[in-house]
Design a binder for this molecule. Structure first.
Ligand code: PLP
Length: 455
């Protein structure tokens, strides 16, 4: 047996299996151990500071040192550190946060179910929709429509909805009935000479063709991220969402907006669906809900769905679904305080203002030899690196140059994420003008240094 060393790195190598990590490479490279956060910055165990330009995992809205969230957690820990919501039990933080979410989200989203993670929330959506359709006497209406490169989590059902090869390969997924439609990213999936409007029309025709081929009576729901984030920061083409919404209404298909990243101001609008002009039947939120200080996700849905589920629970005796941590009191107390801070400090407005500055700053790199496309809106952006700007040819293998840039970013004191060869940025909503300018300046150096190495 490997002995535990007193060095953190050695202990990590000896004992951990890291998520989303090449384990054998990790044994050689070791972990990057973080020990402290301050505003938009984090510090590693060697004392080096970094701008956290991905807000952790696209999630820390209020920055890494918000004392009010610490205090909210402490107060709740003292009063009632744990309780659940099974079998009619309740507690104030979950009730108040549920009420707040109903108030904040668009009209028609009136009921809330809490989980611990975005993946659990999307599994919950699948199960709620199946339960509902069984209750409504249409047991054949069970299939989901999702998109290639969509990200909805990694549990067995949510991982099936996800449309990324790494989440399926060797995990025997997908296992639920799901069709992945074409990724709505014009730069990569548009055909030669195809306008954005024609691309949108083609995607909508494809969706309708699939619905008609499979039969609308077999399709339960369409799920999508308003802006596809983890798959590579891809805003939808103009007109896409209103078109998808119309198709869903026409064929009686529920529309699920997975706002785990887009929710609570990320795009400079309150929600992704408000940004792109559609109204979902179900919204999934997490991450910025608590700034990820505590694990929490919320499924917010219509009264119509609630009624069908409620009737069935009365008929069969229960809605047999829920987690020990559903609506955890400390997590929901932190969520309430976090949303209060977002509102009081107008962090959604800040995201719109700072987002405009970030997008403008990054678009200066559109002419850079390595950059094929600069994309994004609000405080989320992606720069796709290519071998040949004119032909859009990617590097071979995809991801090698992105990983190089990701490592150079660390040297430059910035944490980013590379999704293949797309460099993703998603800083905390509290960023200032100076922070944004620094992020853009460092990104310039990262691109130049990466170019030097690949030339
Ligand atoms: N949905 C979306 C849109 C996400 O971006 C993520 C995580 O990045 C998830 C779901 C899964 O959330 P979790 O990692 O909390 O399970």
């Amino acid at each position: 047996m490997t002995k535990l060393s007193n060095s953190l790195g050695a202990a990590d190598i000896a004992t951990a299996l890291h998520p989303y990590t090449n384990a054998r490479r990790h044994e050689e490279a070791g972990p990057m151990v973080m020990r402290r956060g301050d505003g938009v910055r984090v510090e590693d165990a060697q004392g080096k500071t970094y701008i956290e330009a991905l807000a952790g995992l696209w999630s820390v809205a209020v920055g890494f040192s918000e004392p009010r969230l610490v205090e909210a957690a402490r107060r709740q820990m003292e009063a009632l550190p744990y309780y659940h919501s099974f079998a009619h039990k309740a507690h104030e933080p979950a009730i108040r946060l549920g009420e707040k979410l109903v108030e904040m989200t668009p009209e028609g989203l009136d009921r809330v179910f809490f989980t611990n993670s975005g993946s659990e929330a999307n599994d919950t959506v699948v199960k709620m929709v199946w339960y509902m359709n069984n209750a409504l006497g249409r047991p054949e209406k069970k299939k989901f429509l999702a998109r290639t490169k969509g990200y909805h989590g990694i549990t067995v059902a949510s991982g099936s909805l996800t449309g990324l090869p790494a989440n399926h390969r060797d995990f025997d997924l997908p296992v639920i009935p799901v069709t992945h439609l074409t990724c709505p990213h014009h730069y990569r999936f548009g055909r030669d000479g195809e306008s954005e409007a024609d691309f949108t029309a083609r995607l909508l025709a494809e969706a309708e063709e699939v619905i008609e081929r499979e039969g609308p009576e077999t399709i339960a729901a369409f799920i999508g991220e308003p802006l596809m984030a983890a798959g590579g920061v891809m805003p939808p083409p103009e007109g896409y969402w209103p078109g998808i919404e119309a198709l869903c209404r026409k064929h009686d298909i529920l529309l699920v907006s997975d706002e785990v990243i887009c929710g609570f101001g990320r795009l400079g609008s309150p929600f992704g669906c408000t940004h792109y002009g559609f109204t979902p039947d179900i919204m999934v939120t997490s991450k910025q809900l608590t700034s990820s200080y505590m694990p929490l996700a919320a499924v917010i849905f219509s009264e119509k769905i609630y009624d069908a589920i409620a009737d069935n629970s009365a008929k069969i005796g229960t809605f047999g679904h829920g987690f020990t941590g559903s609506g955890h009191p400390v997590a929901t107390a932190v969520g309430l305080e976090n949303l209060a801070i977002i509102e009081e400090r107008d962090l959604m407005g800040n995201a719109a203002r700072m987002g405009a500055r970030l997008q403008e700053g990054l678009r200066r790199f559109a002419g850079h030899e390595l950059v094929g496309e600069v994309r994004g809106t609000g405080l989320i952006a992606g720069l796709e690196l290519v071998r040949d700007k004119a032909t859009r040819e990617s590097f071979d293998p995809v991801g090698k140059v992105g990983t190089l840039a990701f490592e150079i970013a660390h040297e430059e004191g910035m944490v980013i994420r590379n999704v293949g060869d797309t460099l993703a940025l998603c800083p905390p909503l509290i960023v200032t003008e100076a922070d944004v300018d620094e992020i853009v300046a460092r990104m310039g150096r990262i691109l130049d240094r990466t170019l030097e190495k690949v030339k």
